[in-house]
Design a protein around this ligand. Structure first.
Ligand code: KG4
Ligand code: ZN
Length: 353
């Protein structure tokens, strides 16, 4: 089976073709095309919805064309079309969903709408067979818009057992990068600076708060941490010309975020005893988060596997949307066809998992 995935929920226009082995369900990406708008939005310090929509419109057909060309396939080889229908920026989402509806009509193919976070979770199944990952799964979803602990007892079954009360983890990285005048998106810039910091005796320590780390629930909060960095930076403005000092702030902020994410994930795992702990979303690209969570799982949780998506599938992409669609069509049937009413596929900014 071959699935064409389309993703336009934020600032990446993406299309991908995946193939699924008939016998063992192995999910192989045949193409993974992503047109990034980072440079365009960097000038504004964040994503501007109408500019994003304009870029998606410009890029969507070339990206779709490349995804088929790189896979060496034509429209006749595609069995199902999958598109992100939320959550995200409405002007951006609409370009993807309307394009998907149009080609589903023109090519007479079934169409499935996929939740963006469901896609991020299923990025972990790319280049694997479904049996490779054992249930129950505890997934730490960390993206620009979401921070959630999701417990899955089986495929497509999501219980949100903890989530942020304010900012998402990725959003905190982006806001702190802005406070430090680094640019957008903040995650990669902060983690690069943090990697260049070597704690030494000549530095007075900086300690940022770990919000809610000792609370008796599995929720998160990152807005107070961001405010604490803001006040610290305002107070120490004169020292910002010192690169080492900026690296230290990046390092200490990143470690505060990781400490909270780790503590809550391990606490959740001790309660719910999953067989697998997984990372999902753009912040899963953070090497320290990967390393420290991997260590915590192997040292503190018996018989628990740990996975995170391969680098090409960590931030927004369409292969993850196609991968999720493979599991959804197994459950719901082969997607809605024109006659069964996919015209009604809804695009929702706040679509719930
Ligand atoms: O999943 P994603 O690509 O888009 C959303 O669905 O939001 O996540 C983007 C977020 C941004 O906030 C970005 O700063 C963050 O992921 N991010 C990182 C890293 N790479 C991307 N955060 C921390 N460390 C990174 N290396
Ligand atoms: Zn995302």
């Amino acid at each position: 089976m071959r699935i064409l995935g389309i993703e336009t929920s934020c600032d990446e226009t993406a299309a991908s073709v995946i193939s699924i082995d008939e016998k063992n369900g192995y999910i192989k990406p045949l193409s993974n095309i992503i047109a990034s708008q980072i440079k365009l939005h960097a000038a504004w310090g964040g994503v501007v919805p109408n500019l994003a929509a304009r870029e998606h419109l410009k890029n969507i057909l070339p990206v779709l064309h490349s995804s088929l060309a790189e896979a060496g396939l034509s429209k006749d080889d595609i069995d199902l079309i999958a598109v992100t229908n939320g959550p995200g920026l409405i002007p951006a989402l609409l370009i993807g969903t309307n394009t998907a509806k149009t080609i589903a009509y023109a090519w007479q193919k079934p169409l499935l709408g996929i939740h963006h976070i469901e896609g991020h979770i299923y990025a972990n199944f790319i280049n694997k067979s479904p049996e490779d990952i054992a249930f129950p799964i505890l997934c730490l979803v960390v993206s620009g818009g979401h921070t959630q602990l999701v417990l899955m007892k089986k495929h497509l079954d999501y219980a949100i057992i903890g989530e942020t009360q304010d900012d998402a983890a990725g959003e905190a990285f982006d806001k702190v990068a802005r406070i430090l005048g680094l640019g957008y998106p903040g995650g990669p810039l902060i983690s690069k600076l943090a990697a260049g910091f070597k704690p030494g005796a000549d530095l007075s320590p900086i300690r940022f708060p770990r919000p809610m780390i000792a609370s008796d629930n599995l929720n998160f909060s990152f807005s107070g941490l961001k405010t604490s960095v803001l006040y610290f930076v305002k107070k120490n403005q004169a020292r910002l010309a010192d690169k080492k000092f900026v690296r230290q702030i990046a390092y200490e902020f990143q470690q505060a975020v990781i400490d909270v994410l780790l503590a809550k994930t391990v606490a959740a795992a001790k309660i719910h005893k999953p067989k697998t702990v997984m990372l999902a979303g753009g912040v899963s690209a953070n090497i320290q988060l990967q390393l420290q969570l991997s260590k915590a799982v192997s040292e503190q949780l018996a018989d628990t596997d740990f996975y995170f998506p391969e680098p090409s599938f960590q931030s927004d992409n369409a292969a993850m949307i196609a991968a999720a669609a493979f599991f959804r069509q197994q459950k719901n049937g082969r997607g809605e066809t024109l006659s069964s009413g996919w015209k009604g596929l809804k695009t929702e900014a706040n679509l719930k998992l």
